[in-house]
Design a protein around this ligand. Structure first.
Ligand SMILES: C[S@@+](CC[C@H](N)C(=O)[O-])C[C@H]1O[C@@H](n2cnc3c(N)ncnc32)[C@H](O)[C@@H]1O
Length: 296
């Protein structure tokens, strides 16, 4: 477990200025931070809404606890330990019909990555958990490895990790007789990949297992199919993604909504962080931001 202060001090919200500009925040508006994390973006949103409301959502109970320490007491802030995919029921609970802006900053936070007991990082030996909500009864990454046969595991590495050696890695993992933990996965990658490509391969394989464990792409697709009715006219949606698979999903759904004349796209191409930001925060280097505005 990492401490709040160490993570808080190191955590820099990605594309913060661009996020705040593009949400076009009104001081009495209602905003959703669908991926609250440590509350970095939320903190900046709260500074702009005197009379408004911010609803922070995260699947990870620990992240919610950390964000609460940072953002409460603040009467303009409410939080939910849930998936952003359930936004409709969350708004229903609050007796709200629509909101003025939604932010999704996808993936995992530095807090989760640096937790040495959750199995998100190749750097720390631990069991292969990788659940965003570790109290849920969902599959752990270890179960994903055991429950999927060779063909399915190869597909996970290929589709979610875009890994060239997907079959070879999946085969060696399926051939393991021991418990499959972080060290077991990194040892397999070491056997299959030349030294200079190892770090990238670790990242791709861990990313693929995390996406499968949390069923991340289906949460994103479900949300994108449904958010438009929950956004007020001229309301903004801002999505920051870190992987080409996620960005492709967002791009196609936004295009589809544009053709149906439901949103305007604010930028033709995704915004990317400045060189200066990437210099300060390596995590930002693969970020892509897409922004839509509801027509109406
Ligand atoms: C990149 S971090 C967000 C960081 C945050 N913007 C900040 O500045 O502190 C992504 C967060 O989204 C959460 N998350 C991932 N998928 C989610 C989902 N479907 N619903 C809600 N939260 C989710 C993760 O648990 C993680 O805390």
């Amino acid at each position: 477990m990492v401490s709040f202060s160490s993570t808080h001090n190191r955590h820099i919200p990605v594309m913060l200025m661009e996020t705040i500009d593009n949400l076009k925040i009104k001081d009495n508006g209602i905003y959703i931070d669908g991926t609250l994390g440590l509350g970095g973006h939320s903190e900046a949103i709260l500074q702009k809404i005197d009379k408004g409301l911010l609803i922070g959502i995260d699947r990870d109970k620990d992240s919610i606890s950390f964000a609460k320490k940072r953002l409460l007491p603040n009467e303009n802030f409410k939080f939910f330990n849930d998936s952003y995919k359930n936004l409709k029921s969350i708004l229903k609970e609050l007796k709200l019909e629509s909101v003025d802006g939604i932010l999704l900053d996808l993936g995992l936070s530095s807090f989760q990555l640096e937790d040495n007991k959750r199995g998100f990082s190749h750097k720390f030996q631990s069991s292969l958990d990788m659940r965003f909500d570790k109290n849920s009864t969902n599959n752990t990454a270890e179960k994903i490895v055991h429950q999927n046969d060779l063909k399915e595991l190869t597909k996970i590495f290929k589709e979610y990790g875009e890994e060239r050696h997907a079959y070879k890695i999946a085969k060696k993992i399926k051939d393991l007789n021991d418990k499959v933990d972080v060290l077991a996965i990194t040892s397999v990658v070491d056997q299959v990949t030349p030294f200079k490509y190892r770090l990238k391969t670790y990242s791709r394989i861990f990313q693929a297992l995390r996406i499968a464990t949390n069923d991340e792409l289906n949460h994103l697709k479900f949300f994108l199919d449904n958010f438009i009715d929950l956004l007020s006219p001229q309301g903004r949606i801002v999505v920051i993604s870190y992987h080409s698979i996620e960005d492709r999903i967002v791009k196609h759904k936004f295009k589809d909504l544009k053709h149906k004349k439901k949103i305007n796209l604010i930028y033709k191409k995704p915004l990317i962080p400045s060189e200066e930001e990437v210099g300060l925060n390596k995590r930002a280097r693969s970020a892509k931001m897409r922004v839509g505005e509801k027509i109406g």
